[in-house]
Design a binder for this molecule. Structure first.
Ligand code: FES
Ligand code: FES
Length: 161
């Protein structure tokens, strides 16, 4: 199948890549760009393990074609930490012991990040709603919600300084 060149900014870095029109975004990220932090749990838009940010909005990358990202920005879990500093969402997961096997974690973090960018002071209900498209087969939801609320507090205290 004929390939098409697209220009997509991934984690702040402009990339020129040749993709087949049928290639899914998750495969471009994992196999094309080596960003294996984005996981594939179902391939049917059910689990959220493949969640990334597309122009700041959470999307399931198993349900989007790579060509659709031409001219846009994609952020994966690898783009959360800045230099050696963890993002507050990552810190929250560490502080609140919000992972077990870790398979769902990157998708959870990206959905949480999108929520906190839009709503820096979410309620517990907001967090649960924002994560409702992400499944954790280890069922550690309680600590995941706590982690996102921890991150919100941390971001607020940083903003107040
Ligand atoms: Fe995309 Fe499950 S792999 S939603
Ligand atoms: Fe195992 Fe969520 S920590 S699937």
């Amino acid at each position: 199948m004929e390939k098409r060149q697209i220009k997509v900014t991934v984690n702040g870095e402009p990339r020129l890549v040749d993709v087949e029109p049928r290639l899914l975004l998750v495969h471009l990220l994992r196999e094309g760009l080596g960003l294996t932090g984005t996981h594939i749990g179902c391939d049917t838009t059910s689990c959220g393990a493949c969640t990334v940010l597309f122009d700041g909005q959470p999307v399931k990358s198993c349900t989007m074609l790579a060509v659709q990202t031409d001219g846009h920005e994609v952020t994966t879990v690898e783009g959360l930490a800045k230099a050696s500093e963890l993002d507050p969402v990552q810190e929250g997961f560490k502080e609140e012991h919000a992972l077990q096997c870790g398979f769902c974690t990157s998708g959870m973090m990206m959905s949480a990040k999108a929520l906190l960018m839009e709503k820096p002071n979410p309620t517990e209900e907001d967090v649960r709603w924002a994560l409702s498209g992400n499944l954790c087969r280890c069922t550690g939801y309680q600590n995941i919600v706590k982690a996102v609320l921890w991150a919100a507090k941390k971001m607020q205290s940083e903003a107040a300084v």
